[in-house]
Write a protein that binds this ligand. Structure first.
Ligand SMILES: Cc1ncc(COP(=O)(O)O)c(C=O)c1O
Length: 384
C-alpha cells in the first residue's frame, strides 16, 4: 500500500522524445579535469555528504534514495560555490596572461593581489552572486552584483559580506542578466554569468565544469551509477553538468529535470524542441530556479540527455523542505534544493508517471540538495 509522504499535487511531466539522440560535446573532459584539479586544491575543499534517505525510498517504493547535501559547500550554502568562483579565477588568469604577465606573476597576483585591478560582475537571484563575490574577494578582483527587486535583503547582505557592490534593477532575473551585460560593456568589466547565450559561452562553460565536481563526488561515492537522477532546473546549467558527468561515468541513468511550474523554461523548450523563453515575473518561491530563459549551452546538452522534464508547484517544495526538516536526522534544505525530491515523490505516487519514468522497487535514485538555508529567515518561516 502506498504511504504518501507529501500531499498529491498537480504537476506536469513531459518525456523527451529526443532523448538519446547524438549531439555535440558541450563540456569537454579536459575542461572538467582542469576545474576539478583547481577546485580540489583550494585549502577549504571538502566533498559534501551523500545522505541515504531510506524513509523516502520506502515511501517512493524504490530501492534507495541518495541525497547529495550541498548546504555545507565552502561555507557558502550551495553548490554554486563550485561554479562562479572557479570561473572568476579562470577568467582572471586568462586576462592577465593576455596582458602579457608571466605565469609566476599571475600566481603572485592571484595569491596577493599584486596584479592590475580587474572587475567582475554578474546577475544573480542569490547563490551565483555569492560565489562570484567570494571568488572575486579570494582572487583580488573588484565585484559588482546585479539583483532584481525580489531578491531578499538576506541574500543581498550575504553577497555584500564578500565585499561586492550590489545594484538593484527592475524586472526579473533575465532583466538583471541584460543589465549586467550592458553595464559591463560600458565600464570594461568582465561578466561572469551562469547562463550562456549566443556569443557568450566560454565563462558559463567554466561555471558548469565547476558544477560537475558535485556530481563527480556523488558518483564516486556510489557503488554503481544510479538508475535515476532528479535535478532542479533554473537555466539548466547544473542539470547539464550532472548529465555530462553521468555520461562520463558510463551513462544509462535516466535524468529528470524538475522546475517550478511558474518558471518551467526547460520543459517549454522540450515541448517546442527549441530554446524557449517564459515571460512574466516568474513568481516562484524557488528563487534560484526563477529563470525564464534556458542557457544555450545547457539546452544543447539537455535536449538529448534529459529523459524527462517535470514542473512542480511551490507547495510541493515547501512539503519537501518540511519533510526533510522533520525527519531524523534532520536535513536542512532551502526552497530551491528540493524540486527534484518533490518531482520524485509526486511521480512515484502515481502509477502512470511511475511507469513512464521506469521507477520500480529496484530503482536507485540520486538527488542533489543544491542548497541549505541560504535565506535563514525564510527557511525558518517555511519549516515552522
Ligand atoms: C540552489 C539552486 N539549485 C539549483 C539552481 C539551478 O541551477 P541552474 O540555473 O544552473 O539550472 C540554482 C540556481 O541558482 C540554485 O541556486
Amino acid at each position: 500500500m502506498l504511504r504518501r509522504m507529501i500531499p498529491a499535487r498537480s504537476y506536469r511531466l513531459l518525456l523527451n522524445r529526443n532523448h538519446g539522440t547524438p549531439g555535440m560535446v558541450v563540456l569537454p573532459e579536459g575542461g572538467f579535469r582542469r576545474a576539478r584539479a583547481e577546485i580540489t586544491s583550494w585549502p577549504d575543499y571538502r566533498p559534501t555528504p551523500l545522505v541515504s534517505l531510506p524513509d523516502v525510498a520506502a515511501a517512493a517504493r524504490v530501492a534507495a534514495v541518495y541525497y547529495k547535501d550541498e548546504g555545507s559547500r565552502f561555507g557558502l550554502g550551495s553548490f554554486k560555490a563550485l561554479g562562479g568562483a572557479y570561473a572568476v579565477k579562470h577568467l582572471l588568469v586568462a586576462e592577465l596572461s593576455r596582458r602579457g604577465l608571466a605565469p609566476a606573476a599571475i600566481a603572485e597576483a592571484m595569491a596577493s593581489g599584486s596584479g592590475p585591478r580587474l572587475t567582475v560582475c554578474c546577475a544573480t537571484d542569490g547563490n551565483h552572486g555569492r560565489s562570484v563575490a567570494w571568488g572575486a574577494q579570494r582572487f583580488h578582483a573588484g565585484c559588482v552584483i546585479f539583483v532584481h527587486e525580489t531578491v531578499s535583503q538576506g541574500r543581498r547582505d550575504a553577497i555584500a559580506a564578500y565585499g561586492a557592490e550590489i545594484r538593484v534593477v527592475p524586472g526579473n532575473y533575465d532583466d538583471a542578466v541584460r543589465a549586467a551585460q550592458a553595464t559591463a560593456e560600458k565600464a570594461g568589466w568582465f561578466v561572469v554569468s551562469d547562463t550562456s547565450y549566443p556569443g557568450y559561452t566560454e565563462v558559463p562553460r567554466d561555471v558548469m565544469q565547476g558544477y560537475r565536481v558535485m556530481a563527480d563526488e556523488a558518483l564516486a561515492a556510489l557503488p554503481t551509477p544510479p538508475t535515476h537522477c532528479f535535478i532542479q532546473g533554473g537555466v539548466g546549467g547544473v542539470a547539464a553538468a550532472v548529465a555530462s558527468q553521468l555520461r562520463a561515468h558510463g551513462g544509462g541513468t535516466k535524468l529528470v529535470v524538475a522546475e517550478p511550474d511558474k518558471a518551467a523554461c526547460l520543459l517549454a523548450s522540450c515541448e517546442a524542441s527549441a530554446p524557449t523563453t517564459i515571460e512574466g515575473d516568474l513568481d516562484t518561491l524557488m528563487a534560484g530556479l526563477a529563470c525564464g530563459e534556458p542557457s544555450l549551452l545547457a539546452w544543447q546538452e539537455l535536449e538529448r540527455s534529459a529523459f524527462a522534464f517535470m514542473a512542480v508547484p511551490d507547495a510541493s517544495a515547501v512539503d519537501c523542505m518540511r519533510l526533510l526538516a522533520q525527519r531524523q536526522p534532520k536535513v536542512v534544505a532551502g526552497e530551491s534544493a528540493v524540486a527534484g525530491l518533490a518531482a520524485l515523490l509526486l511521480a512515484a505516487q502515481e502509477p502512470f508517471a511511475r511507469a513512464a519514468l521506469g521507477l520500480d522497487e529496484t530503482s536507485q535514485v540520486l538527488l542533489f540538495g543544491t542548497e541549505g538555508a541560504t535565506d535563514p529567515e525564510l527557511y525558518a518561516k517555511l519549516t515552522a
